[in-house]
Design a protein around this ligand. Sequence first.
Ligand code: GSH
Length: 224
Amino acid sequence: MKLYYHPASTSCRPAMLFAAEANIPLDYQLVDIFTGEQYKPAFEGINPNHLVPVLEDGGFRLTEVSAILKYLADKTGSPAYPQDLQQRARVNERMDWFNTQINREFNYGFIYPQIFGFMKRPTEESQNVQVQWGKERAQGWLKVLNDNVLGPGSNYVCGDKLTIADYLGACMIASGEVAGCQFSDYPNVCAWLGRMKALPSWGKVHEAINGYAASLKGQSFVTV
Ligand SMILES: N[C@@H](CCC(=O)N[C@@H](CS)C(=O)NCC(=O)O)C(=O)O
């Protein structure tokens, strides 16, 4: 199987991390989204959305990291995507929640407008309104993640076992660290992130985004 990817992409890291941890061999095909390779005809033919990741398994192509994680887990019979109807429904629920609430309002609404120049709003006022609005919404979702999804008794977002929902969610939350977020108001989130970061492949998979974070050193950002 081949994964079209970029190592700094928050949408690619969950698939890269899961594949590395589950020993799923993938051919990695870099798509340089920083130079616009995703808009060139060759890649447009692969994904007309111009987005990575894309998984290729023979003649079968799949986009959307949430779908890719489920496919990889099912293809390899991974316990990280349980077969039991209700356990599986819970994993699906968490993944949908991360993809909509957390990614939309924490990353796209709060973190990305600060750390990616091309996502900055056009005036200082609109930027400040966006970041403040995003911060308030993100804090609400982080509280739910801390108090209800994790809570004091759960090591992972679906209970005691690591699932593909953790791979998806932890990579999304860790993006906040690029802006200096430490999540100190959310101790269960911190503890969970610590468990995810202890995975053997976490460091390697996060090398590129950590490098990007280092390049922003000295700038100050609004954090949670
Ligand atoms: N909904 C997609 C989102 C993928 C996505 O946003 N990919 C970004 C990188 S994180 C991308 O390829 N951006 C290129 C662009 O916007 O031109 C998924 O979950 O896989």
